[in-house]
Design a protein around this ligand. Structure first.
Ligand SMILES: [Zn+2]
Length: 304
């Protein structure tokens, strides 16, 4: 993370936690700390390792951040999520199949899929069954090892970046950006790689029905309030719909389309380059045909 994007503060004192200086979603200098989450009541086991976590809100785009999740002190808490993944296998396979069908509706032939934040690779396994070539990246070694062993797919326990120069027709980053400290650099890498591959990408983050977690945060007695704080420190950034669009919009999202899925709601977009180029090509060829037609059927116009 770019150092000037973070206000560096001593960690140990509650009230002095680290937080974003610029909003990781809309990039504006409009971040206020709302308060601190004490996880003792929610996660007795975790509370020993996790000091009170500052919750900040961007008053411009209504995105919430709890940056501490990716502090090095929490690496152990942010990974080793195999059991969590396994508990969601059925749901994620189903959603994965749905997404893959959607991709086919939208795009040209897809043969190679790259997934960032693939966990044990349930979605990729579904893609493999369709005969696609798949590669997945996830920093959770346990999950990657499990997927590699169980499904025999190419999973790598490293952080993906565009410098790896991989070829793909579709890049997926599903429910991953909200875990990262610096989603901007990931989106930047994705945009670069999508452009050089002439590919499509689908990114999604969880977005709450009202487009903000604010109503849930205030209602401390509600189950939603409880559920949101269960996500801390796993989720670093709670995007608003507007904030998420602002983030991807800064990086040449050629078309922002909500792809309907039963799971991810409105938090999905895609970059595409290939289809834009194809559409332009189609328009040019129509124009060309119109010119040819005119030329052919106007033989009397000598000066044409
Ligand atoms: Zn913002």
């Amino acid at each position: 993370m770019n150092a000037d994007k973070i206000a560096t503060i001593d960690w140990l004192e509650p009230g002095n936690g680290q937080h974003y200086r610029f909003c990781p979603a809309c990039a504006k200098d409009t971040v206020d700390i709302l308060g601190y989450v004490d996880l003792k009541q929610l996660r007795p086991g975790l509370a020993d390792r996790v000091p009170p976590i500052p919750v900040a809100r961007c008053r411009f785009c209504d995105t919430y951040t709890t940056i501490s999740a990716c502090n090095e002190k929490f690496q152990g808490a942010a990974t080793n999520a195999l059991n969590f993944h396994l508990s969601l296998e059925k749901r994620n396979r189903e959603a994965g199949r749905h997404l893959l069908n959607q991709l086919n509706n939208y795009s040209r032939t897809i043969r190679r899929i790259l997934e960032i934040g693939c966990g044990p690779g349930f979605l990729l396994d579904e893609a493999r069954k369709k005969g696609l070539h798949v590669v997945g990246y996830d920093i959770d070694e346990q999950a990657v090892e499990y997927g590699r062993r169980t499904f025999g797919i190419d999973l790598r326990s490293e952080l993906w970046c565009s410098a790896k120069n991989e070829h793909f027709d579709a890049l997926l980053c599903i429910s991953c950006l909200e875990h990262l400290e610096d989603p901007e650099s990931m989106v930047e890498n994705i945009a670069r790689s999508v452009a050089s591959n002439d590919a499509v990408a689908v990114l999604s983050v969880p977005i709450y029905p009202e487009g903000s977690i604010y109503p849930y945060l205030n209602d401390v007695k509600s189950e939603d309030h409880f559920n949101i704080f269960r996500l801390v420190p796993w989720h670093t950034i709670h995007f608003s719909d507007f904030g998420f669009r602002a983030l991807v919009g800064r990086h040449r999202a050629y078309n922002y389309i909500s792809i309907p899925t039963p799971l991810w709601g409105g938090g999905m977009m895609r970059f595409e380059r290939g289809e834009s180029a194809q559409r332009l090509g189609r328009r040019l060829s129509l124009l060309w045909k119109a010119l040819i037609k005119r030329f052919r059927y106007a033989p009397d116009k000598k000066d044409f």
